[in-house]
Design a protein around this ligand. Structure first.
Ligand SMILES: [Zn+2]
Length: 225
């Protein structure tokens, strides 16, 4: 089966896709994640956070995010941190993984997570940074999600996927006009394995990170516990 861990619109070419929704905006069918992207935090952030806290409890909301820190965002960095910390607290309260957007702020990201005693799995989405950063994030126990950047063989993502080990990653389309199946194919090529091996590995990774057995229940949510 194909799992698309992060997309902004339903593409329906994966058996399981996690559609990212900004607070309450967008269609709610299938499975999704709720969060406040660091580009779009604005004056209404306090009421948006309140909405988020309610919405995130929904059963079909499997993760919190995308959220995080971005040094290239026009939004004040202190405000980004403040909002991100609220996401960390919420994710830990609800015991749902975090899907992270991070640009040029990995030290601050790690500090925020550690200072707030984060215990939930962290997935760094759209990863396309060097192996050194990948190693630091791996040593923190984080997971990665790779997308379009894998299509270029000499991209940092293409090198990082080989360095981090198969148990630590997911694949995504994000907002690219692209089939998730093609991303699986590219990941397989880079790792020198059949893409069916990638499918099986990502299923395993999914079961490890998400405390929910979606895979055997054909789309119906059923908790393992
Ligand atoms: Zn995204």
């Amino acid at each position: 089966m194909f799992i698309n861990i992060h997309t902004h619109a339903e593409i329906y070419d994966a058996q399981l896709e996690l559609v990212n929704l900004y607070v309450g905006k967008g269609e709610r069918t299938g499975y999704y994640s709720y969060g406040m992207h660091p580009w779009y935090i604005d004056k209404t952030y306090e009421s948006d956070l309140k909405k988020l806290k309610d919405l995130a409890k929904e059963k079909r909301c499997l993760a919190i995010g995308e959220c995080g820190l971005d040094k290239l965002s026009k939004v004040d960095f202190n405000l980004q941190e403040k909002v991100f910390i609220e996401h960390i607290k919420l994710a830990n309260e609800l015991k749902k993984p975090l899907i992270i957007h991070c640009v040029k702020a990995f030290n601050e990201l790690i500090n925020c997570l550690n200072l707030n005693d984060n215990k939930v799995p962290v997935i760094i989405h759209g990863f396309n940074n060097n192996e050194n950063i990948a190693r630091i994030l791996t040593s923190e126990g984080y997971y990665f999600s790779f997308g379009k950047a894998l299509l270029a063989y000499d991209s940092p993502a293409a090198k990082a996927i080989k360095a981090i080990g198969r148990k630590r990653f997911f694949l995504e389309t994000d907002n690219a006009d692209l089939s998730i199946k093609y991303v699986y194919l590219k990941a397989g090529e880079l790792l020198g394995v059949n893409d069916e091996i990638i499918q099986m590995q990502i299923e395993e990774n999914f079961k490890t990170v998400f405390d929910i057995d979606l895979i055997n229940s054909k789309g119906k949510t059923s908790s393992k516990k």
